[in-house]
Design a protein around this ligand. Structure first.
Ligand SMILES: [Fe+2]
Ligand SMILES: [Fe+2]
Length: 440
């Protein structure tokens, strides 16, 4: 049996890599959590068939492991598995390592490496592939049947495909010594997407600043929505993560720093936009009489959900029917209809869920309304737009302006000139408060 060493300091990431390697080849797998330990293992077992190694780790980075193999003239293929390319890592610049796997796209990378390295005919794929049961807490809906192992030849199905994360049940297995759940080898592919997302999450968590957490959470929400649609359980998970970050979006003194951080990355419009809105709207709300965590929760949830049913990133940038009219030839009739319906669609979705705080559906439904009655879908004027919706609408426009102009926006000028016709009813008061927020 082939011997493979996996070196990775983040436990969950290591478990994911082990799972993927296991799903590709029957091998004996050894694990190390740092470079030092990896070298000890290589000293002991000199004939590894493959070493897959992270770069940044506590106690000796991945390059030291490589150097050890090279200096001792060991014939072990070394594959770097990192979010940084070897060309950007000084120690690897002039080295010829066997391979490189870029995180988080490790499934394809591992597949390719194993095929190149081992003759296809000798690769035996296992019938059941283990995945550490602790990883399942991050997988809200199981995309395949899951089994536990009774003996080398006997596996019993314990969760059906499509069932949802069940903490109690998993705990019960754990107390019975079950460390792993198994997926049938031919079904393991379906878990890869899930794992990809999970890994992305883990990676980001690793070097993530607080503001980026908001964005990561939105991205996870978005990808879950894409693959599963919005089920009750998924929304519950979303709400839980929002609760965890709510202090963050309320931290006004860090607002400027956070905005800069979010604007720095080249993510999709929707992901930048949906992360800026909670920051702006929560600061704005706290300047009004809405200081509670509850309000911050509502605004953040609305920000994450308001455009979630639009599948085309270009369309998420459109704010008014006039703008839509200008670009309508670029889209299909179905896309345009869907766009026009999106506030209603997302609003209904929220209204039909249990445990969604009141007002969130209304904010989402009204996010394209305008005080002068030219908005959509209902052409409400300022007298009929709710107070939280007003906060949201204004923050939404500022977030959009920020996306296009980056730090060059003059907020006071923007409100006075671009939003001049908004000076009606509660919009007057709320935009005056908006002017006092220091975005930069
Ligand atoms: Fe929208
Ligand atoms: Fe939007």
């Amino acid at each position: 049996m082939k011997k493979i060493l996996i070196v990775e300091d983040e436990e969950e990431a290591r478990e994911v890599i082990v799972f993927i390697v296991n799903s590709k080849i029957k091998a004996t797998i050894y694990e190390s959590a740092n470079g030092q330990d990896a070298i000890e293992k290589i000293k002991e077992i000199k004939d590894f068939d493959l070493v897959i190694c992270d770069y940044r780790m506590p106690e000796l980075n991945g390059d030291v492991v490589y150097k050890y193999i090279k200096d001792n003239k060991l014939n072990i293929p070394y594959v770097l598995c990192s979010a940084d390319s070897p060309t950007t890592i000084e120690a690897f610049k002039d080295e010829k390592i066997f391979g490189f796997i870029i995180k988080p796209f490790i499934s394809k990378g591992i597949s390719d490496i194993i095929c190149t390295l081992f003759n296809d005919k000798t690769i035996e794929v296992p019938e059941y592939v283990p995945l550490s049961s602790s990883l399942f807490k991050s997988i809200p809906i199981y995309p395949s049947d899951l089994y536990i192992k009774l003996s080398d030849s006997k596996y019993v199905k314990v969760f059906n495909k499509g069932s949802t994360y069940d903490e109690e049940e998993l705990k019960r297995y754990k107390t019975r010594g079950v460390e792993h759940l198994y997926v049938k080898g031919d079904q393991s592919e379906v878990l890869f997407d899930e794992i990809q997302t999970l890994l992305q999450d883990i990676l980001k968590r690793k070097q993530m600043t607080s503001a980026k957490k908001v964005k990561t959470i939105f991205e996870i929400v978005h990808s879950i929505a894409d693959s599963y649609g919005f089920k009750e359980e998924v929304l519950e998970l979303v709400q839980k993560t929002i609760t965890e970050t709510i202090d963050l979006v309320r931290e006004e003194s860090l607002l400027q720093k956070y905005i800069q951080e979010i604007l720095q990355d080249e993510d999709s419009y929707l992901s930048i936009h949906s992360s800026l809105i909670p920051l702006i709207s929560c600061s704005l709300a706290s300047k009004m009489e809405f200081k509670s965590k509850n309000t911050a929760h509502k605004l953040t949830l609305a920000a994450f959900m308001h455009d979630i049913t639009i599948k085309n990133d270009e369309l998420t940038k459109i704010k008014t029917m006039v703008e839509l009219e200008k670009v309508k030839t670029k889209f299909s009739k179905e896309e345009l209809d869907r766009y026009k319906r999106h506030p209603v669609e997302a609003g209904n979705l929220l209204r039909n869920m249990k445990n969604i705080p009141p007002d969130v559906d209304r904010i989402v439904l009204e996010h394209h309304e305008l005080p002068n009655g030219t908005g959509f879908p209902r052409k409400l004027d300022y007298r009929r737009i709710g107070p939280l919706s007003t906060i949201f609408i204004l923050s939404h426009l500022v977030a959009d302006e920020l996306y296009w102009k980056k730090s060059k926006i003059d907020l006071v000028k923007f409100i006075d000139e671009e939003l001049a016709e908004f000076h009606e009813g509660q919009f007057i008061d709320i935009s005056a408060k908006l002017k006092t927020i220091e975005l930069f």
